[in-house]
Write a protein of this length. Structure first.
Length: 147
């Protein structure tokens, strides 16, 4: 009986699969400031409080979810983003809940950190931790937010 894959090919395949994951994944997992809180939400877009999410460019803030609240943003009706509103570059405190203006989330603390709501990336520092993301998936008129 012939072997389908020679031994060295299996070794290469295993190392390739194990090495997947980028620098951003490592920085997100190793963020010393935020411990993710379990989030599992089903948002019915037909309800008045979530109606804005039917239109691109709008967002809804869910203040009693996640570490400091969760913002859900409609990019283009098929792509939604969801991020925690706690500034990921310092410990949660009385000023770490970010405020929103357009597609920018800004920390009111003295550091003035700001982040893009589409990507979650810091707007000026490349080595800063990105916003804590949540999965956002639309299924008909229901938007599922989870981690």
């Amino acid at each position: 009986m012939k072997k389908l894959f020679p031994y060295p090919l299996w070794t290469v395949l295993i190392f390739t699969v194990m090495s997947c994951g980028g620098e951003d994944d490592t920085r997100l997992i190793n963020n010393p400031y935020l411990n993710p809180i379990p989030v599992s939400l089903n948002l019915n877009l037909n309800l008045p409080q979530y109606n804005l999410l039917k239109y691109p460019g709008n967002f809804v803030v869910l203040s009693n979810q996640g570490v400091r609240g969760v913002v859900v943003y409609n990019v283009n009706n098929s792509l939604y983003t969801a991020f925690d509103l706690s500034d990921p570059n310092h410990s949660p405190n009385n000023c770490s809940t970010m405020t929103l203006q357009g597609i920018v989330a800004t920390c009111p603390c003295s550091d003035g950190n700001s982040y893009d709501l589409v990507t979650g990336q810091h707007q000026s520092e490349s080595q800063a931790y990105p916003m804590l993301p949540y999965r956002a998936q639309r299924n008909g008129d229901v938007l599922i937010i989870s981690n």
